[in-house]
Design a protein around this ligand. Structure first.
Ligand SMILES: NC(=O)c1ccc[n+]([C@@H]2O[C@H](COP(=O)([O-])OP(=O)(O)OC[C@H]3O[C@@H](n4cnc5c(N)ncnc54)[C@H](O)[C@@H]3O)[C@@H](O)[C@H]2O)c1
Length: 245
């Protein structure tokens, strides 16, 4: 029960890493407020693991302020935030039009900023508060395509490091850079039918496989728990060795 009595908001909780984190955090004793723009998906996560479900588009400042305020009231305070809501673009620079560029930056970077901003007053009331934001291996090492995604995730990384400096010592802020994982996000760009491409991707990593959502959730748990009480401002790669060489 490493998160006993901890009250946590998780965004992107309807799928992938967010859902895996909700399951693990619930088992570790946390009280959860689960955010996602997909109302049905986030309700499913709440039905599976417990917690309060909220439908919200993280790019909408008014909606974010409203649901964070409702969540803080429902939980009776707030000890942590995990920002996992995100969208992917694998378009090349030449194929990235301004509308798609803006949307990727809005969801991944501005959405993370808006949720942190709305949560800050409640986090300041907590004894040991934490923020864990999900960037990507592409914040550290770009792929052949996907410049808007890489730029948004590099922004999430440096935004989080800035928070670690500004909000210390009362709030710890860390960022995770996951490698490719077999979540619905990846399945959209690399469907299970693309067996050869998936195998080649896995072979390009030191551990010769993709990262499991639960492995990312374990890292989020560690950084949120008091076991990481001396850790702030780090970018932790959880990527089967994608970025270290
Ligand atoms: N899956 C990977 O391989 C991978 C690798 C590195 C980083 N990431 C990052 O991890 C995070 C989670 O990815 P995932 O694989 O779980 O993706 P996913 O698509 O399975 O889940 C993302 C969730 O975010 C929600 N979401 C999207 N836009 C939103 C918005 N505007 N407001 C509220 N909710 C919104 C979606 O509805 C979805 O439930 C993302 O930030 C992603 O960029 C994923």
């Amino acid at each position: 029960m490493r998160l006993k009595n901890r009250r946590i908001i998780i965004t992107g909780a309807g799928s992938g890493f967010g859902r895996a984190t909700a399951g693990l955090f619930a088992r570790e004793g946390a009280a959860l407020a689960l955010f996602d723009q997909d109302e049905k998906a986030v309700a499913e996560t709440a039905a599976m693991f417990g917690g309060h479900a909220y439908q919200v588009d993280v790019t909408d400042e008014d909606q974010v302020n409203r649901v964070v305020s409702s969540a803080v009231e429902a939980l009776g305070g707030l000890d942590g935030v995990v920002n996992s809501a995100g969208i992917m673009s694998s378009a090349s620079f030449e194929d990235t039009d301004p509308a798609s560029w803006r949307r990727v930056i809005e969801v991944n970077l501005t959405g993370t900023y808006l949720v942190c901003r709305a949560a800050l007053p409640a986090l300041r009331q907590a004894e040991h508060a934490t923020i864990v934001n999900i960037a990507s291996g592409q914040a550290l090492l770009p792929s052949l395509t996907g410049c808007s995604y890489a730029a948004s995730k590099a922004g999430v990384m440096m935004f989080t490091k800035s928070l670690a400096v500004e909000l210390a010592p009362s709030i710890r802020a860390n960022v995770i850079c996951p490698g490719a994982s077999d979540t619905p996000m990846t399945q959209k760009v690399l469907p299970p039918s693309e067996v050869a491409k998936r195998a080649a991707l896995a072979q390009s990593y030191a551990l010769k496989r993709l990262t499991e959502p639960e492995e990312v959730a374990n890292a989020i748990l560690f950084l949120t728990s008091s076991e990481a009480s001396a850790i702030t401002g780090i970018a932790m790669s959880v990527d089967c060795g994608r970025t270290f060489h």
